[in-house]
Ligand binder design. Structure first.
Ligand code: IMP
Ligand code: MG
Length: 187
């Protein structure tokens, strides 16, 4: 395991999920997905930017045929609280009609982003549509939505690393930690 002494790592209050814990959980999710999707040639739709690290590991933990696509969503700007406005840029090449679709997201928080994305994708009449989120802040939900596959249910802290950012920083940390509140101006 790498020493956590880099400048940006000292901005963390603690490491919540280290590289080993993440790897083990992603492998378990891959096996769970294999049981449900191995014969379905599903389309995994990653939500950019946050999901890029998780999806890249998850896809490689899935030992069956699948396709990968990406959607860009932004709701936060550089603030650490959800704005409620979700902007979507669809990079989907062709409609998902009749396909088994799995939305892959870094973290499920208020649920606003994923609800909008789910509506958008349901309009394309997929054969099935499920959600996979690596972290799930169950206590923070503002709209009713549940993930079908969850890496870890987590506390309502602000996390960075493993794709998660604050103002576009920290995405490249290979582990997930809680950002020191003074860095984002929180209590
Ligand atoms: P929601 O619409 O409130 O569910 O927010 C989902 C999006 O907010 C995620 O895709 C993340 O980009 C961002 N987000 C929510 N919680 C965190 C966090 O703890 N750290 C970093 N980004 C977060
Ligand atoms: Mg995100």
């Amino acid at each position: 395991m790498r020493e956590k002494t880099t400048a940006h790592a000292t901005d963390l209050l603690k490491v919540s999920y280290d590289e080993g814990v993440i790897k083990t959980r992603v492998e378990q999710l891959g096996q769970q997905l294999a049981a449900d999707y191995a014969d379905k040639n599903p389309v995994f739709v990653g939500i950019l930017n946050g999901a890029f690290v998780f999806l890249s590991d998850l896809a490689r933990a899935c030992d069956f045929p699948l396709e990968l696509r990406f959607l860009r969503a932004s709701s936060y700007g550089s603030a650490a609280v959800t704005s409620g406005n979700v902007k979507l840029e669809s990079g989907l090449a062709e409609p998902l009609t009749g396909r088994h679709v799995l939305i892959v997201e870094d973290i499920l928080d208020s649920g606003v982003t994923l609800s909008r994305i789910r509506e958008l994708l349901l309009a394309e009449n997929p054969a099935s549509l499920r959600l996979c989120a690596f972290l799930d802040k169950t206590e923070c939900r503002l709209v009713p939505i549940e993930a079908d596959y969850v890496g870890f249910t987590c506390e309502p802290s602000f996390f960075v690393g493993y794709g998660l950012d604050y103002a576009e920083r920290y995405r490249n940390l290979p582990y997930i930690g809680v950002l020191k509140p003074e860095i984002y101006g929180g209590a």
